[in-house]
Design a protein around this ligand. Structure first.
Ligand code: ZN
Ligand code: ZN
Length: 171
């Protein structure tokens, strides 16, 4: 049963609110803990059309404009980048997302090596984690970031997202 009036976050979910390099809101990710990993549901807007690499980075800090504050890809297993890399992949590698000519994307991906529960693979940890969308396509093999170009959007992963979303949407 879907209840649109539900405002209390479930314990097995998290959320990220993306901003672009100018600080404008460009959509959200809803994260859900499942038996096969963490499912990400992306609802994005006002982004450049095309294919963009998308990854979980190791720090929960989206300081515009370059988002370097988010650090490297989340990589608790000390692997190399990309699903097609024989020494891969980073737990935070989410592949690519396709943005339509209208600047929007609605897509889901499940990351099998991530969790929201307490673990060295948890997205909820001291210092946090963030999701970054890059300017270009991720080739899914070039270490360390798939030749995907500069970050163009960033969102901190937040367990208490429903509390903070009011802040993000009224700024
Ligand atoms: Zn990245
Ligand atoms: Zn990576």
């Amino acid at each position: 049963v879907v209840n649109n009036l539900e405002v209390k976050p479930k314990p097995n979910t998290a959320e990220a609110h993306f901003i672009d390099s100018a600080g404008n809101p460009v959509g959200t990710a809803l994260l859900t803990e499942e038996s096969g990993g963490v499912r990400f549901h992306f609802s994005l807007n006002n982004l450049p059309a095309g294919t963009h690499g998308i990854h979980v980075h190791e720090k929960g800090d989206c300081t515009k404009p370059d988002f370097k504050s988010a650090g490297k890809h989340f990589n608790p297993d000390a692997k190399q980048h990309g699903a097609q890399n024989p020494k891969g992949f980073h737990a935070g590698d989410l592949g690519n997302i396709e943005v339509g000519s209208d600047g929007t994307a609605d897509a889901e991906v499940t990351a099998p090596q991530l969790t929201l529960k307490a673990s060295d693979h948890s997205l909820i940890r001291p210092g946090g984690t963030a999701i970054i969308i890059h300017a270009g396509r991720d080739d899914q093999k070039s270490d360390p970031s798939g030749n995907s170009g500069n970050p163009i959007a960033c969102g901190v992963i937040d367990k208490a997202a429903f509390t903070h979303s009011a802040i993000h949407t009224t700024q």
